[in-house]
Ligand binder design. Structure first.
Ligand code: SIN
Length: 350
């Protein structure tokens, strides 16, 4: 095991060294989604800005749609130095040995983007990135996709409608527990295999933000989608640590700047892309889109709430507590903002 780790490290150094050898630094950025998704477009924006700011010292090669590697393989490829940059979904960090990232998989924990970003961009995000160091990985940024919706070939209104459905999930213990709590049968599967699995009936349904659903043409093979917003799907942009630490300081500064610009762009387009994708799914008329009623949503929520307790020892009770406290803080601020300012209230003084 130790010998294997040493070999992987030597290989990583060797490959990252090779990437510099010809004078041009090459960053292979592999990902599993389509180029016209929030992640795909942000990767492209990073390439443009990085190449411009480094004045030709860096070339970024983007490999979308699992062209090079599938979900799990791409993480191994990053650790071995075969690619330098990835943006896996936060649900895929558990198998890397960092189960705390599953915080973001807990259903209904994050009611909106504001809460998510306060948690992600604050101490929790820093703490999670610090855990990557020992895995030979450096975290650069968090990117959004959006809230997930449920799809299958049968309508899903109440929780009992999911009973017995085979649902594809990402490799996350929380997502597995979520599907089981809903009465479904979770099946872990690489993203690149989902369309065919749905088409051939290997699984009955899945969950994803609509931008992923539409760009993978899942609407062709799923008759129903429920707008449940039950969970979140976002990304951590990560690099091979040996490669990153070995870069000249000026190049690293420029790449950090490029990442900042790409991340701003990403957060600007993510919601718009998901809204546009939903409009296209509706227009395609192959998938009936259903919105949970408040009562149905409350039933889903109540069914899934025990997962927070169940995963305290895996994720950390402190992280779950911070997320809940942040949600309460944001709700209070929003309720306050909705009230008329005190100065506009009729005065009671004579
Ligand atoms: C991704 O957005 O990177 C893929 C998500 C999935 O595997 O469902």
């Amino acid at each position: 095991m130790q010998l294997r780790a040493a070999l992987v490290f030597v290989l990583a150094l060797g490959i990252s060294g090779m990437a510099h050898a010809a004078g041009e630094i090459i960053i292979k950025f592999s990902h599993v989604v389509a180029p016209d998704t929030p992640k795909g477009q942000a990767a492209e924006r990073f390439k443009q800005v990085a190449e411009k700011l480094t004045k030709g010292k860096v070339r970024v090669e983007i490999y979308p749609n699992s062209q090079l590697y599938k979900d799990r393989e791409e993480i191994e490829a990053l650790q071995s130095g075969a690619v330098q940059m990835l943006a896996p979904s936060l649900s895929k960090f558990g198998p890397m040995g960092v189960p705390e990232f599953q915080l973001f998989d807990l259903p209904f924990l994050f009611p909106n983007q504001e809460v998510l970003h306060r948690v992600m961009d604050g101490e929790v995000g820093k703490k999670l990135f610090a855990k990557l160091d020992s895995k030979g990985v450096t975290g650069l940024a968090f990117w959004d996709n959006g809230f997930k919706q449920m799809s299958s070939n049968k309508p899903m209104h109440s929780v009992s409608d999911l009973n017995g459905l085979k649902m594809r999930i990402q490799s996350s213990k929380v997502l597995s527990a979520q599907m089981k709590a809903l009465g479904a049968n979770p099946q872990v599967m690489a993203f690149s295999e989902v369309y065919t699995a749905l088409q051939q009936g290997v699984v009955d349904g899945t969950e994803n933000p609509v931008s992923n659903f539409y760009t993978q043409k899942m609407h062709e093979v799923q008759k129903h989608m429920t707008i449940s917003n039950h969970g979140y799907l976002g990304y951590a942009v990560i690099v091979n640590k040996a490669f990153w630490d070995g870069l000249p300081a000026d190049v690293r500064t420029a790449l950090n700047q490029a990442m900042k610009e790409a991340s701003n762009y990403e957060s600007f387009i993510a919601q718009k892309d998901n809204d546009a994708a939903l409009a296209k799914v509706i227009a395609a008329k192959t998938t009936t889109v259903y919105y949970l009623t408040p009562a149905e949503r409350a039933e889903w929520q109540k069914t899934l709430l025990p997962l927070q307790k169940e995963f305290e020892s895996v994720i950390g009770a402190d992280l779950i507590k911070i997320a809940n406290a942040t949600a309460a803080e944001v709700a209070k601020e929003q309720a306050g903002a909705a009230k008329p300012p005190a100065t506009l209230k009729p005065s009671t003084k004579k």
